[in-house]
Design a protein around this ligand. Structure first.
Ligand code: ATP
Length: 868
């Protein structure tokens, strides 16, 4: 019989489980071996061969393949064995490139997968009579799970208890309105899934309420499992920069083709042998194409993602890496992100008396206040096997439960003596929660929440003094929670805020401290230096928030701190006018967050926003960088975010921005370097052809240069450590292109310089000993000057200021590159196979001097402030 056609107690019997104890560890192990893990089969991955073939879809690679084909034809015509070396080398490079591409893609994907594993979902279950947090994949049928708003439902479950529960089942049914769920409903067999209101289904989202449920199906047996195959999406996201670079590659290919055509026409008109024209065309195509670029950019991005993960920031979408670097506004929650979320109850106010320090010997009134607050709490504290106190749930509540324990009041005893009959769960919009408990034979509604929100519509009692106490406590940065109650005759059939949270008698307040995180102050200072405005957006009281914000340096003299109510009254124009001055938004609702994001975005700012609750998902999506909390964040917030902060820490966002800036700078270095060298190659081939109708470098020589002296230093440049000053600069504007700030002009000038120097070298060599000597000279100058130039590209500051050899990867890469050059230059028969010749010593010296010239020119330009 299906679980939805039966009462919950029979379903529990069938599954041999019970809601208070759950399953035992032994039973769970048995069931795990019977039912397997609670996982969907993973989507089919592309095979290595498929990936390999995909590498050849690139325009650049296709041009190279055509070049190889032409080169084969030329070799057949020449009928010499050595002529085949050239096309084979081109093919070798193309295949090598494809292999490296597949390898890197695989590696990047693996590391992203590994990161995703770090954020695997967890579930709250009752096992062995205790509430525990376990990996969702370990759930088995019969497990008792506790669910709350914001959770992804971990498996198909029959509800045992449901409070104001709503589930968004659009993923299964297509119905976008959340469905009301009821534990006591019984549904006829074969009713459609959307009508089975006593069940919740794996993969759907709880949008409201809390529940206790028993797992009925796991893994592929769930409704989601049955359709899992349909949902496999290809998440292969490219960053905007990668897309732009792919386009750039295509443009360069087109430029190469145009230049080839010009050379062709020129050669034919001059009556050059057709084979030679073909060879030059091949050289040009090869020289224009930055084969390594896409792969190297992927490598740099994935190294950066790994570095961020080490700093507790998990990047969920690759494009976020780039956007992070240009973040100009960081909107942050207070509790847990700027503060430690370690609440300690310090003070209370009850029955007209102020208690300055809650001790372990409080009077009856204080104990009653604590008892009511505990009864209206969902968190718990238990003692683990080692005798340690473990808190589960909201720290606001655990601090109250801990204070109760100090006064000899155990939560379980209270819950048994005064059983909970119904509840209306907490949400960030109402900022309160309610329960109905049976106390001394009466039905008592207990409401606990933010004092000012409760006071708005519903409490009676001696409130004059209370208001003063609340204000005083808030000014001391305490979070103040009020408790109120009323007696009702019957439990209402519909539990709504209007019915329960009205007409209450005020009982008292408790004040708890949540100290700021120590590292945050320095991070705030870093932000401000980096031209980033930190803003606090909190559900807490405006005074509490302002005190903490000023302790951290977020709020300064002259700034504004406004409440959600004030914000609502402001028009969009007023908000826009005041925006720069407001550094604290208090008592805001999740909807307000979207308005704040949009207001900043209208000023062209890149906004990062933190969030944890179910209602935060829209603002996380609206922000340029949505950051979800790894510890306290709901599944919904995590799935909407671009970045997950594993330690919920503000400082981690700032670190991620620093990394983002570093990665972007490194990509700029790599792109500038590789394109500069390509332009140099085009220039030398084109001008030599124009001036002397000669090919100064054969395609295999160019390919060797690209392989040996381009790729390795480029990868090493991508690993350049983040420079100290990176957080002293203003954020990069949103629309700024990669070639901004003069990089484009610089790249072209540098390219032309390489070209000219190689051209001079070619001429000198040719005059001295003929074509092979000229090519040897051009080969040495072009190759070595690029290796040397990689060092200059590290910074716009002088090499001597940053230390010429402080990028260790570059030192190693340069050594290998130079060794590869020397092998070809000096070792026979390799020299001859490459179409090169041995030179006299003074020519080698001359070549070396020419190759070092770009570094000297750039040092002079840097000294004059001309280089970027
Ligand atoms: P932030 O938005 O910075 O995380 P916050 O924790 O104050 O701050 P919410 O969780 O939305 O934001 O809480 C808003 C207010 O609701 C709190 O200031 C507090 O007064 C009240 N509150 C928080 N938790 C509870 C709870 N478990 N029960 C009752 N009231 C609560």
């Amino acid at each position: 019989m299906s679980a939805y056609t039966n009462e919950a107690k029979y379903v529990l019997q069938d599954l041999q489980s019970d809601p208070s104890n759950g399953l035992s560890t032994q039973e769970v192990e048995k069931r795990l071996s019977t039912y397997g893990y609670n996982k969907l089969h993973e989507s089919k991955k592309k095979t290595l061969v498929q990936r390999f073939i995909e590498q050849f879809k690139d325009v650049m690679i296709i041009i190279l393949l055509i070049a190889a084909a032409i080169s084969f034809v030329v070799a057949f015509e020449e009928k010499s064995a050595s002529a085949f070396f050239e096309p084979l080398l081109i093919l070798f490079i193309v295949v090598l490139n494809a292999i490296v591409g597949v390898y890197q893609e695989n590696k990047a994907e693996k590391s992203l997968e590994a990161l995703q594993k770090m954020t695997t979902p967890q579930s709250r279950v009752i096992r062995d009579g205790k509430e525990q947090i376990i990996q969702t994949s370990d759930l088995v049928p019969g497990d008792i799970v506790k669910l709350e708003a914001g959770d992804f439902i971990p498996a198909d479950c029959r509800l045992v208890e449901a409070n104001a529960l709503k589930s968004d089942e659009s993923i299964l049914t297509g119905e976008s309105v959340p469905v009301d769920k009821k534990a006591d409903a019984i549904i006829a067999e074969n009713e459609p899934l959307g009508d089975r209101v006593n069940m919740v289904y794996s993969g759907c989202v709880l949008t409201n309420g809390t529940a206790i449920a028993v797992v009925t199906e796991t893994g592929m047996q769930t409704e989601m499992g049955k359709i899992a195959g349909l949902l496999d999406g290809d998440d292969n996201q490219k960053t905007p920069l990668q897309e732009r670079l792919a386009k750039l590659g295509t443009y360069l290919g087109i430029v190469a083709l145009i230049i080839c055509a010009i050379i062709f026409v020129m050669g034919i008109m001059d009556g050059m042998p057709i084979l030679e024209i073909f060879m030059t065309a091949v050289s040009l195509a090869v020289s224009a194409i930055p084969e390594g670029l896409p792969v190297i950019v992927t490598v740099v991005l994935s190294i950066g993602v790994g570095r961020m993960a080490q700093r507790h920031a998990i990047v969920k979408r690759l494009p976020a890496v780039e956007t992070l670097g240009s973040t100009s506004i960081i909107c942050s929650d207070k509790t847990g992100t700027l503060t430690q979320n370690k609440m300690t109850l310090l003070k209370a106010y009850v029955d007209g008396q102020e208690i300055e320090d809650i001790s372990d010997h409080n009077d009856e009134q204080v104990k009653k206040l604590l008892a009511y607050a505990i009864l209206c709490s969902d968190a718990s504290i238990y003692i683990d096997d080692e005798g340690k106190e473990v808190s589960v749930g909201d720290p606001t509540e655990t601090s109250i439960i801990a204070a109760g324990r100090k006064n000899g009041m155990m939560q379980d005893d209270l819950a048994t003596t005064y059983p909970r009959l119904a509840e209306l769960p907490f949400d960030s919009d109402r900022k309160m929660m309610s329960t109905i408990n049976q106390i001394d034979g009466k039905n008592i509604v207990i409401v606990k929440g933010a004092y000012d929100e409760m006071n708005l519509h519903m409490i009676h009692g001696d409130l004059g003094k209370a208001a003063e106490v609340v204000e005083a406590m808030s000014k001391e940065a305490l979070r103040v929670i009020a408790v109120a109650y009323k007696e009702i005759d019957e439990i209402p059939t519909e539990l709504t805020s209007e019915i329960l949270e009205n007409d209450l008698t005020f009982m008292g307040v408790v004040g708890m401290i949540d100290p700021p995180r120590e590292e945050v102050k320095a991070s705030v200072a870093t932000c401000i230096k980096a031209g980033i405005k930190p803003i606090m957006i909190t559900g807490d009281h405006v005074l509490t928030a302002t005190v903490i914000a000023s302790q951290l340096g977020i709020y300064k003299e002259g700034d504004l701190a406004i409440s959600g109510q004030e914000l609502i009254k402001m028009s969009d124009e007023e908000l826009s006018d005041q925006l720069e001055k407001i550094s604290v938004y208090a008592r805001v609702s999740p909807e307000d967050k979207i308005r704040i994001v949009k207001a900043w975005q209208a000023k062209d700012k890149v906004v990062s926003m933190t969030g944890d609750g179910v209602n935060d998902a829209p603002s996380l999506k609206a922000a340029d960088i949505g950051c979800a909390m790894g510890i306290t964040g709901t599944d919904v917030a995590k799935s909407a975010a671009d970045l997950i902060l594993m330690d919920d820490n503000f400082a981690t966002i700032v670190e991620a921005v620093r990394e983002g800036r570093g990665i972007y700078n490194n990509i700029r270095r790599v792109v500038g370097y590789l394109l500069g060298t390509n332009i140099g190659e085009i220039a030398v081939v084109f001008f030599a052809m124009l001036l002397w109708r000669k090919t100064p470098l054969l395609s295999m020589q160019l390919l060797w240069i690209n392989l040996a002296t381009d790729s390795l230093p480029a990868i090493a440049l991508g690993m350049e450590p983040i420079h100290e000053g990176v957080m002293n600069e203003k954020p990069r504007p949103k629309q700024e292109g990669i070639f901004a700030n003069g990089l484009g002009v610089q790249v072209v000038l540098q390219g032309i310089m390489f070209g000219l120097l190689s051209l001079i070298a070619f001429k000198i060599g040719m005059d001295d000993g003929g074509l092979a000597d000229g090519r040897t000279m051009a080969f040495i100058v072009l190759g070595l000057s690029q290796v040397h130039h990689a060092f200059s590209m590290r910074s716009h500051k002088s090499l001597f200021k940053i230390g010429p050899f402080t990028n260790k990867s570059l030192n190693k890469a340069a050594a290998v590159s130079i060794a590869l050059m020397l092998i070809v230059i000096f070792i026979q028969p390799i020299t001859t196979i490459f179409g090169l010749d041995h030179l006299s010593i003074h020519l080698y010296a001359m070549a070396w001097i020419l190759s070092i010239t770009p570094v000297i020119v750039l040092e002079i330009a840097k000294a004059l402030g001309l280089a970027k």
